[in-house]
Design a protein around this ligand. Structure first.
Ligand SMILES: NC(=O)c1ccc[n+]([C@@H]2O[C@H](COP(=O)([O-])OP(=O)(O)OC[C@H]3O[C@@H](n4cnc5c(N)ncnc54)[C@H](OP(=O)(O)O)[C@@H]3O)[C@@H](O)[C@H]2O)c1
Length: 304
């Protein structure tokens, strides 16, 4: 497993585990997934306070506890949403310093950790008081409550502000050959900030199960693709590499991104790890063949 070094002296496994879709109700399967991840060299785990209204952090914290003595790993979580855990309802967006500072305590409690390795703002708009949010992250870093911070955003104006005015180490965006909108960001990113690519298999569309996923999850198409265009694009990508997950991972490696893949079963993780191990090193020509097979799309909103 390759590692990607962040500033702030944090190392993330190139293939990381997105925990949002873990089968929390099936504790045994969740434990098997996490054990297999660690055994495969995955050392970074991505969650958020909002996932299952705190339950995701809680289960992850409990499961990771049993592996603490045998493995070294990092956990990234996110804040900025207010929610009612009892009613299981999102209340609203709140990136204020007071909310971030109280949310981090709740996350630490649920995860059973003394410090968060990577704390991310879970979205945000250009209207937010961004300097206040940034100073909250900086305070938490100085106090040792978090080791590093980043944002999860697909708004170019927000990203631009954080790149210019904060010390973020990561930027999380949906990124894969089909949703290639982050390319313009990746091309201009300062080397100190790493992209965490969420959605690397596009909900399973870029997997061995693509035909079924296409039918079940993309009947109305996605982004600028109709259903038929997606079908055609999948066939073209398959001609480049029959293992679409390996193809997507290689595309992301070419862009120096951390691959944050979510799974809901052990079988999916096993398959993804196998694809990770067999991913090709792309030549520039092979990379361009992937770009030729897809539509190059861009973010239309939140540019200024
Ligand atoms: N705004 C944000 O910050 C944000 C938003 C979304 C996600 N995230 C993070 O990013 C992580 C990854 O994002 P994601 O879950 O949207 O995208 P993803 O990793 O591309 O998709 C995960 C889903 O794809 C399917 N899948 C995975 N491997 C598969 C395989 N080998 N074969 C067939 N299907 C497969 C599963 O769907 P089924 O469960 O339906 O089978 C799985 O739940 C999340 O877990 C979360 O940690 C962050």
């Amino acid at each position: 497993m390759r590692n990607i070094q962040l500033k702030d002296d944090i190392t993330l496994s190139e293939l990381s585990l997105g925990c949002m879709n873990l089968p929390l109700d099936d504790r045994s399967e969740t434990e098997k997934i996490i054990r297999f991840a660690l055994e495969s060299g995955i050392t970074h785990f991505d969650t958020a306070d909002l996932y299952q209204f705190g339950e995701n952090e809680k289960v992850l914290g409990e499961v990771m506890q049993q592996f603490r003595s045998d493995y070294t790993f990092t956990i990234g979580t996110k804040a900025g949403n207010e929610f009612d855990a009892e009613k299981r309802e999102k209340i609203g967006w709140n990136p204020s310093a007071s909310h971030i500072k109280s949310a981090v305590k709740d996350s630490l409690g649920r995860l059973g950790m003394e410090a968060i390795d990577l704390y991310q703002l879970h979205g945000g708009t250009i209207e937010d008081n961004k300097d206040e949010t940034i100073s909250a992250f900086e305070d938490l870093k100085k106090e040792g409550v978090i080791r590093s911070y980043g944002i999860s955003s697909i708004r170019l104006n927000v990203i631009d502000y954080y790149l210019k005015h904060s010390d973020i180490s990561t930027l999380m965006m949906q990124f894969n050959p089909i949703d290639n909108r982050p390319l313009e960001v990746a091309d201009n990113l300062n080397k100190e900030v790493k992209i965490l690519s969420r959605g690397p298999v596009m909900k399973g569309l870029l997997s061995g199960n693509s035909r079924k996923v296409l039918e079940n999850k993309f009947e109305d198409g996605v982004l600028e693709y109709s259903y038929e265009e997606l079908q055609d694009t999948i066939s073209r990508l398959e001609k480049i590499n029959g293992d679409l997950t390996a193809l997507s991972y290689a595309f992301l490696r070419h862009n120096d991104a951390v691959i944050v893949n979510g799974v809901s079963s052990l079988a999916q993780l096993e398959s993804n790890v196998e694809s990770y191990r067999s991913m090709p090193e792309l030549s520039q020509q092979e990379y361009e063949n992937i770009l030729d097979a897809v539509k190059l799309i861009r973010y239309e909103e939140h540019r200024a």
